[in-house]
Design a protein around this ligand. Structure first.
Ligand code: BG6
Length: 505
């Protein structure tokens, strides 16, 4: 299923940018320290800044110190720095690619990387088409076979609607085979997201219940206390639906809803996920969209703290861009017919918490007679906590001690932190290693990305046709707009409380 990471050079375009500094380098450095990189491995950074190799190494040491778990020691850093190289230039300049080619050959020689290449596009998406064509023109791609291999890693946002995603996929498909393309969704690299499949398919007791006969509804929440952290220009172009739902949360939904795959091979899993995307009930008109979605934008936090979204640098003072969304989604297939999946995500909320709640049906009949006992029996709830305090809990009814029959609600809990020592691997660690071993299960395939856009695009269109009139409609530090409660309450249900999670909750 998965093999060892192979020798290769990782060529990062946009190597001095935010993503490389905050996520890629700290993850690569940790992999180096843990000895999880292949012995034949090096990194070549390409960007506009006129750095020497040494300046690039110093810049990255600072990045790993700032964004890594702990500052690198001199010895650790020396070993890692010996694997770091840099080439400065403009992506429009063909000579940059000739120089890169030369550097790559030298690195092959020094590090025994055998001509294998991973090209990582950590740039603005608008540069993707240019970059893939430059790589092609410089004859840096082996599309014929995998000896040596060339792979392309692409960061989100992957398009901004269905048409642009299709166009981008076409550009890439003209240059790379689909099995050479790794579309990163860092949520798929999170341990607890990967655990969804293990939990479902390594246990005999849950899967028989995992359907419309036993499940009342599913809630997927990704609440963040942070605002947009200086990314005003990006967020104005994106908004919450493109930033979180089209990718991360629909990916989680597909893992929860998918049928058992034939095997753990990448395409076996991705086939089943794509079926879920295809089964998402489409919205046919704006009325349907507005009845099933609630958008929000945060205002200032009362008493100080976060300022309003509209006051962020790079944000329009009358911006209609949503920072919160709640939506009701249906998966139209045999297993899930009629079962709502409620999704909510937002910035500037009271609590940071990402979780999936599977709420089972109410018991069919209450044996305990008295109204006050029966009305207090809660349905079983399975909570898959993705972050923080990763773990799983299952709630069930018990008899409270005493002479009377009183039903109480208890929880069985599993916590990764209590069970395993040490830090959880970073999402990027797992994903980077998978690109080195050519295992694509945790990457989004072309068809699923397009299907997700097919579902999301009508929502974007309906919102654009019906601009919000009430923004900002929630205060930073709150639970989000009141209308989001209305959305789920109208169905006789309520959101799982956004309570502060604890290490054992
Ligand atoms: C990113 C979004 O993809 O995911 C951010 O662009 C968001 O806006 C982030 O904050 C959340 O990721 P995580 O791993 O912190 O849950």
């Amino acid at each position: 299923m998965t093999s060892a990471p192979e020798p290769c050079v990782l060529l990062i375009f946009g190597a001095t940018g935010d993503l490389a500094r905050r996520k890629l380098m700290p993850a690569l450095f940790r992999l180096h320290v843990k000895g999880l990189l292949p012995p034949g491995f090096a990194i070549l950074g390409a960007s506009r800044r006129p750095f020497s190799h040494e300046q690039f190494r110093a810049f990255m040491r600072e990045a790993c110190t700032t964004f890594g778990a702990s500052p690198p020691s001199d010895a650790q850093w020396a070993g890692f720095a010996a694997r770091l190289y840099y080439e400065a230039g403009h992506f429009t300049d063909q000579t940059l690619f000739q120089r890169l080619n030369m550097s790559l050959r030298e690195i092959d020689h020094q590090h025994d990387t055998r001509g294998n290449r991973i090209f990582y596009l950590a740039t603005l998406p608008s540069s993707y088409p240019l970059l893939v064509h430059q790589l092609q023109d410089a004859e840096m791609i082996n599309k014929v076979d995998d000896r040596p291999f060339t792979r392309l890693v692409v960061e989100k946002p992957f398009g901004r609607d269905l048409a642009s995603a299709q166009a981008l996929n076409e550009e890439i498909a003209g240059v790379f085979r689909e099995d050479q393309v790794y579309r990163i969704d860092h949520y798929l690299g999170k341990e607890t997201v990967q655990n969804i499949l293990v939990f479902r398919f390594a246990n005999a007791i849950f899967e028989p219940l995992w359907n419309r006969a036993h499940i009342d509804h599913v809630q997927i929440t990704a609440a963040e206390t942070i605002g947009i952290e200086g990314r005003g220009a990006y967020y104005e172009e994106t908004g919450v639906l493109r930033d979180m739902v089209q990718n991360h949360l629909l990916q989680i939904l597909s893992l929860i809803a998918m049928e058992p795959p034939l095997s753990f091979h990448a395409d076996a899993i991705r086939d089943k996920k794509t079926e879920v995307f295809r089964a998402l009930r489409p919205f046919y008109n704006a009325q349907e969209v507005l009845a099933s979605t609630v958008r929000g934008q945060y205002g200032p936090e009362p008493g100080g703290g976060l300022k309003a979204y509209r006051e962020e640098p790079g944000v329009d003072a009358a911006s209609p861009v949503p920072t919160y969304v709640a939506l009701r989604v249906f998966v139209d297939n045999w297993r899930w017919q009629g079962i709502p999946f409620y999704i909510r995500t937002g910035k500037g909320l009271r609590q940071s918490s990402t979780e999936v709640v599977i709420q089972f049906r109410q018991i069919p009949f209450c044996l305990f007679g008295q109204e006050q006992v029966c009305s207090r029996i809660e349905p079983n709830r399975l909570v898959l906590r993705i972050q923080p305090f990763e773990g799983i809990s299952l709630g069930f009814g018990i008899k409270a001690p005493g002479q009377e029959t009183q039903v109480d609600y208890a929880r069985m809990r599993f916590s990764y932190g209590a069970r395993y020592d040490g830090e959880m691997p970073l999402a990027y660690e797992r994903l980077l290693v998978d690109t080195m071993r050519g295992y694509a299960a945790l990457f989004a395939r072309r068809d699923s990305v397009e299907e997700a856009w097919r579902f999301v695009t009508p929502i974007l269109d309906a919102w654009a046709q019906n601009p919000p009139t009430d923004f900002p409609n929630y205060s930073a530090g709150s639970e989000g707009p009141a209308a989001a409660d209305g959305l789920i309450r109208a169905d006789g249900r309520s959101w799982h409380p956004l309570d502060p999670p604890t290490p054992t909750a």
